[in-house]
Ligand binder design. Structure first.
Ligand code: PLP
Length: 382
């Protein structure tokens, strides 16, 4: 029986393709965005403790109260913002769920949704499945900053939502106060809502601070902020995160979450609630990753690539446009097969798949692995 696909243009993601190729070739996998090292053993002990103590049945739909409180405490400590954990914080099964539930809660058939281009790959399908119309605003090369005049021109009477991602994947660009203020000015007299993907909130460099949209008085009232414990505590396979939103939006968000996953793994929630009690566990993350970014960038200086060190996230982009006409996809596959280092061609993040001759490397790996990868990258022929 022929099936009329609801997502005819979606295939296997490049992350799956490159990770499989890396594994088949025995290459160092700097493609997919997951840490190549273990999380803190104390976190594992806590999960074990709660599993063995019988915390294995459904958690409350919105998340266990103590974890919601700890998330609110973290928001107060890091951003100096007071949240009511009862009706402004929801625990979800990864930021991907939060993004999907937020889009589903507010986007109706025919609504326009503004996305920055390039964007993380889950946004467009979430919009499409809800009958929304994506409106792409290209980010400015080479730093992937926002041209606010372009955003202004993209806004129409049917714009329902703007999807924000800071720190940005794949570029690492971190929004400035001016970015937040300009967005607020543009939408304050409209009924446009915002979904802000902040999964790399604790990974910023060179003293730069992540400015959550929850810190902005105008934006806060109309934004779903999506966070991920997977990224923050090196446990991406656990798929657990949170959504912060004002009460009215949270109520709508929970109506979707309730029937999408209902609730999130109970022992993980108890373990993370205990673990969050010690703020140094997330406050030390910028230094931890800065050391890796610096190590990686130092080594890259001996490679033929051109790059500007990432402002945030655990990705480093490199350009080879000055050296070769080879497509980024072909080069990425060739490097995996020939020298044994896997990357992501960033054309996959663009709506039109345009090839800018840029590769993305994930440096959330053991230092020893980064050194081996760098030795190989020094040798490449372009
Ligand atoms: C920008 C961005 N948003 C969301 C996610 C997904 O987060 P989670 O694993 O918590 O669903 C990722 C993972 O790579 C990401 O890079």
């Amino acid at each position: 029986m022929p099936i009329l696909s609801k997502l005819p243009n979606v295939g296997t993601t490049i992350f799956t393709v490159m990770s499989k190729l890396a594994s088949d070739c025995g290459a160092i996998n700097l493609s997919q965005g997951f840490p190549g090292f273990e999380c803190d053993p104390e976190l594992l002990d806590l999960v074990n403790k709660y599993m063995k103590a019988g915390f294995n049945q459904y958690a409350p739909m919105s998340g266990i109260p103590v974890l919601r409180e700890r998330i609110a405490d973290k928001t107060k400590l890091v951003y100096d913002v007071d949240l009511n954990s009862e009706n402004e914080v929801t625990v979800v099964s990864g930021a991907t769920e939060a993004l999907y539930a937020a889009v589903t809660a507010v986007v109706r058939r025919g609504d326009e949704v503004i996305l920055f281009d390039p964007a993380y790959d889950s946004y467009a399908p979430a919009i499409a499945l809800n009958g929304g119309i994506p409106v792409y605003v290209p980010l400015e090369m080479p730093d992937f900053s926002v041209d606010w005049e372009k955003v202004k021109s993209a806004i129409s009477d049917t714009t329902r939502l703007i999807m924000v991602n800071t720190p940005h994947n794949p570029s690492g660009y971190v929004w400035t106060q001016e970015d937040l203020d300009t967005l607020a000015d543009l939408i304050q007299d409209t009924d446009i809502l915002v979904v802000s993907d902040e999964v790399y909130e604790h990974i910023t460099f060179d003293g730069r601070k992540h400015l959550s949209l929850v810190t902005h008085p105008t934006l806060r009232d109309r934004t779903f902020v999506c966070g991920s414990f997977g990224k923050t505590f090196h446990v991406t396979g656990w798929k657990i995160g949170y959504c912060l939103a004002p009460p009215q939006l949270t109520a709508e968000f929970r109506k979707v979450h309730q029937f999408l996953t209902f609730s999130t793994a109970t022992p993980l929630q108890y373990a993370l609630a205990d673990y969050l009690a010690e703020p140094s566990r997330y406050l030390t993350l910028p230094d931890y990753y800065q050391q890796k970014r610096d190590l990686f960038c130092e080594g890259l200086k001996e490679s033929p690539f051109k790059f500007t060190p990432a402002q945030g996230s655990f990705f480093q982009m490199v350009s080879y446009a000055h050296l070769s006409k080879e497509s980024d996809y072909d080069l990425s596959v060739r490097l995996t097969k020939e020298i044994g280092v896997a990357s992501i061609p960033i054309s996959v993040f663009f709506s039109n798949k345009k090839d800018h001759k840029i590769l993305r490397f994930c440096f959330a790996k053991k230092d020893s692995e980064l050194y081996v990868a760098l030795d190989k990258l020094k040798e490449i022929k372009l």
